[in-house]
Design a protein around this ligand. Structure first.
Ligand SMILES: [Fe+2]
Ligand SMILES: [Fe+2]
Length: 237
């Protein structure tokens, strides 16, 4: 007999495959929703129930001793980040697309957005139904407010970094690019960096940095053409 983990993986694979076949059939209009509902009620839901009865009790014991209760939530966060990247790339393709490619790309962006929405909906429900009641019932008010303060500060810091992180100059007229880049660099605090996105190798800029900011900047290529160049430019002091 196959190992438990392997058997679960195999079953997941077949559930996911059947589910996406039903979704495609629905999209193409080759089947109604009855077949999908029959699969969900006859297969997917029984799978979930059987896990709750026999697999999760085992995982509960193992996670207490060897695991990390929030590991599954961190997986959600990684999926969310991946979807953000996929939506961003699809959006860029859409912006550059010709008239004939637009409908398919628009559909792709919408589909990704809907999938992300479902992931986020589930993720928030898990935090609110499992984590928050635990905190409300077990953590005293002083500790709650000090964690709240820390979360709030980290959120502001992450927001600031997200805003500052990328400087895409591809749509900027060439004569304005250097000013924009040096303004961004001058606004950095020591230890901070941003990613410059350009449509050619910004090597001349590197020499200008070397001349004007000797020993005070870092320069790391993240992508080197042929269409896009990305450089992480940091302020070291
Ligand atoms: Fe499962
Ligand atoms: Fe979260």
């Amino acid at each position: 007999m196959a190992s438990l983990a392997q058997a679960v993986r195999t079953h997941h694979g077949s559930l996911a495959k059947t589910l996406s076949e039903h979704v495609r059939a629905l999209e193409e209009g080759s089947a109604g929703s009855e077949a999908l509902v029959a699969f969900l009620k006859g297969d997917l839901v029984p799978h979930a129930r059987s896990e709750e009865r026999h697999l999760y009790p085992l995982v509960d014991v193992l996670a207490r001793e060897h695991g990390q209760a929030t590991a599954t939530m961190a997986v959600d966060h990684r999926f969310i980040a991946e979807y953000v990247g996929r939506i961003e790339r699809a959006g860029q393709e859409l912006a550059a697309a010709g008239e004939s490619e637009r409908p398919a790309l628009l559909r792709k962006v919408r589909e990704l957005a809907l999938r992300l929405e479902a992931i986020v909906e589930l993720h928030l429900a898990k935090e609110e139904q499992v984590y928050l009641p635990l905190i409300e019932s077990q953590v005293d008010e002083a500790s709650q407010s000090s964690v709240l303060q820390a979360v709030h500060n980290a959120y502001q810091e992450e927001k600031r970094m997200a805003e500052q992180q990328v400087l895409d100059v591809r749509e900027v007229v060439p004569r304005e690019r250097h000013t924009l880049i040096f303004d961004r660099f001058n606004g950095l605090r020591p230890g901070e960096a941003f990613v410059l996105v350009n449509d050619h190798d910004p090597r001349p800029l590197y020499y200008q940095f070397q001349a004007e900011h000797t020993g005070r900047f870092s320069w790391d290529y993240l992508e080197q053409g042929p269409q896009v160049w990305q450089v992480r430019i940091g302020r070291s002091q």
